[in-house]
Design a protein around this ligand. Structure first.
Ligand code: SF4
Length: 231
């Protein structure tokens, strides 16, 4: 990645972290940061928007829904310090996309290989349910980010909201409405000038504890996404 791209990403990250556009989410993220979970009472919660994380030369981008209240909102890194992160990082490690199987805190040594991870909405929403307006307000950050990444080939969308955000992002890039129906493991191609999308169920406890998404199923989609992004 060129110095120009690195500067662009860094400026965008600064802008995202300082964002206070969604009043409801700003109040919520800060309330959680003050009240804390008892088991994390000694933590100084991040309680700000969560920037994306990973390899800026990535050809594969993973998009989640939003930071977890006591995961990303506490640690300041996306998919870090919560059960979804534990499940996803172990699967990424097995698929050869991460140097270690755990994601606990910002200084834990985790490095992603050819992958960049972000979320459709950068602030934790009450009940993990951002409103349609909050999703619309946050989407331009994703559009800008994906435009900067010079090697992007594949977007892996984790869950329905991330899938819609990925479709909308590519629609904005293409300046035409792109359509697709979410199906786990499905690949969506939109021509040679746009990245493709691959869909997966979100690795949330709701899905992983009920068998909707097993570790093997997630590893398989990650391996498929990796192969597509490197072809
Ligand atoms: S969700 Fe996005 S747009 Fe809304 S306050 Fe957070 S960073 Fe800003």
């Amino acid at each position: 990645m060129s110095d120009h791209h690195i500067k662009q990403l860094s400026d965008l990250t600064d802008e995202i972290v300082a964002c206070r556009m969604c009043t409801r989410l700003v109040d919520w993220r800060e309330k959680i940061g003050k009240e804390k979970r008892a088991s994390y009472k000694d933590w100084d919660y991040w309680a700000k928007p969560i920037p994306s994380f990973g390899d800026p030369d990535a050809s594969l981008v993973l998009i989640g829904l939003a930071p977890a209240a006591h995961g990303g909102n506490r640690t300041g890194r996306v998919f870090t310090g919560d059960p979804s992160a534990t499940f996803l990082t172990a699967a990424m490690h097995e698929a050869g996309l991460a140097n270690q199987p755990t994601s606990e805190h910002r200084e834990d040594g985790l490095k992603l290989n050819g992958v960049y991870i972000g979320t459709a909405v950068r602030c934790v929403p009450p009940g993990d349910k951002p409103t349609a307006e909050e999703q619309r307000t946050c989407l331009p950050y994703l559009v800008q980010e994906l435009r900067i990444l010079p090697n992007l080939k594949v977007i892996m969308a984790l869950g329905h909201i991330a899938f819609r955000a990925a479709l909308q992002t590519l629609s904005d890039m293409a300046e035409e409405k792109l359509r697709g129906k979410f199906m786990h493991g499905e690949v969506y191609r939109f021509g040679h000038t746009l990245p493709m999308i691959i869909a997966s169920y979100h690795p949330s406890p709701r899905n992983t504890n009920t068998g909707v998404l097993t570790k093997d199923a997630l590893v398989n989609v990650l391996k498929k996404a990796k192969e597509l992004s490197q072809s």
